[in-house]
Design a protein around this ligand. Structure first.
Ligand code: ATP
Ligand code: MG
Length: 437
């Protein structure tokens, strides 16, 4: 992409309404624009990151054997009357009436809708287990929308739902999601720790919140420092055979949210206990038959009796993650994207736009990066070098390839790694080799 033709409206001034660093940086980098409180438009740069995160989530859901579908944002109130949540949900639910005076709502979550789909089609134990998910916009009329996309009113969530014949099987589905979540967040360059959590209004007995540590986090959390060393990226866990012992092992390493943490009963000594603030990026629940019993989603067992299907639900805050990743990875100059979610793979910075030889060298580098699939952003604007450096540091692409007349005369370019600030002078080919890896 040529920056001179792109739509990336960066701001010099820090917008005064933004209280935390990720919100400030997202506004300054031209990633989002607030439409009204807690509701945002995603501008091209922000939208690219959102889609990258969404894709990692999708790939790990698919790997765990979940099937993607797409449910609507608008739902009929009647389904929520069946489950009993229409009145319980309160003011967070945006209630709408259509032209025929029918009660509708903008979905804050989808347990009712998916249970309705399941009960219509599935009647036998032979057709479970089943894991279904979608990635769809939700609306919750939060009392205090704040921190930009981190606590919005409209936000993008991945929500998955499991259906099983009995508790043991549903625990296995839960474990699949548990492991898929650890892998998902690791692939985004995040350390997300699963914390035993209160099951709250969704109900049920088994629940974990996945929390990334950050000073601006809304929750107080406690965990064994062993979590800092867990690294599953290289593991090739088989989702069907050796999964359950692995998850049991992991869930035995202590981690708990404030509500669940009892200092008197905590098994970890003070020296090994991390006390920190954290941001919830995912939440998984096994809630048994709460919805299936109320909504009569029953399946026939091998001995021909009818039982309500056992369910679980599994959420990831896809849009919240954009802010969460920035909270976890930034410096004074701006965002430092982990390679896997960066909006572009590398920047090409032309230090003397209009100088024939420099332009030609930049075009050459740009074409080669494109051909290698790096998706480069070429800063070809007629601007001072200082302004270009500031903007490129702000938007935080992993690599900066800096090309100016002096280097071109000597047959070298400068390569800067954004995360470390390390700079090297080397030939274009050697630089490309490092970027392409
Ligand atoms: P929170 O305690 O932060 O309000 P929650 O318990 O209400 O979250 P869930 O219902 O479990 O959240 O939703 C699943 C995920 O969706 C959460 O883990 C979070 O990442 C994301 N999420 C929830 N509410 C919001 C919001 N208002 N804005 C952005 N993301 C959200
Ligand atoms: Mg909430």
């Amino acid at each position: 992409m040529r920056l001179s033709r792109y739509f990336m409206p960066t701001l010099k001034e820090t917008p005064s309404e933004a209280q935390i660093v990720s919100h400030r940086l997202m506004l300054r980098a031209g990633m989002v624009r607030q439409a009204t409180a807690g509701i945002y438009s995603w501008l091209p740069l922000g939208f690219k990151v959102l889609k990258k995160i969404e894709q990692i989530v999708r790939e790990e859901q698919d790997r765990a054997g979940a099937h993607e579908l797409l449910m609507p944002t608008i739902q009929p109130a009647d389904l929520w009357r069946e489950s009993g949540r229409y009145d319980d949900y309160g003011k967070e639910m945006l209630r709408i009436t259509d032209r025929h005076d029918r009660d509708m709502l903008f979905g804050p979550t989808n347990e009712e809708l998916i249970t309705d789909i399941f009960r219509f089609y599935v009647k036998s134990y032979k057709d479970v287990p089943q894991l279904l998910y979608h990635i769809q916009w939700k609306f919750r009329d939060e009392v205090r929308p704040r921190f930009g996309v981190m606590r919005g009113r409209e936000f993008l969530m991945k929500d998955a739902y499991s259906f099983d014949i009995d508790y043991a099987a549903s625990k296995h589905s839960y474990n699949k999601m548990f492991l898929a979540y650890l892998r998902t967040f690791e692939r985004m360059g995040l350390k997300a720790i699963p914390m035993r959590a209160d099951t709250g209004p969704i109900g049920g007995d088994l629940s974990h919140e996945f929390i990334i540590l950050a000073e601006t986090g809304e929750s107080q959390v406690f965990c064994d420092k062993q979590w800092m060393e867990i690294d599953l990226a290289g593991d090739n866990v088989d989702y069907d055979s050796d999964l359950d012992p692995r998850v049991t092992e992991l869930t035995n390493i202590y981690a708990a949210t404030d509500e669940m943490h009892d200092p008197a009963a905590c098994p970890v000594g003070e020296a090994d206990l991390i006390t920190a603030r954290g941001i919830e990026v995912g939440h998984i629940f096994n809630f048994g038959t709460k919805y299936s019993a109320a909504m009569k989603a029953e399946v026939q067992t091998p001995d021909s009796s009818q039982v309500p299907v056992m369910m679980g639900s599994y959420g990831i805050g896809v849009s919240r993650l954009v802010g969460g990743i920035i909270e976890a990875s930034h410096d004074d100059a701006g965002i430092v994207w982990p390679d896997q979610v960066a909006p572009f793979g590398a920047a090409v910075i032309n230090l003397r736009q209009g100088d024939d030889k420099t332009d030609a060298a930049c075009e050459d580098a740009y074409a080669k990066l494109k051909a290698a699939g790096v998706d480069p952003l070429y800063d070809d604007r007629n601007e001072r070098a200082g302004g270009k450096f500031a903007d490129m540091d702000l938007i935080g692409l992993p690599w900066q390839l800096i090309i100016g007349p002096r280097g071109v005369a000597n047959g070298v370019v400068e390569l800067k790694r954004r995360a470390t600030g390390e700079r090297q002078e080397l030939s274009l080919d050697a630089a490309l080799q490092q970027i392409i890896g």
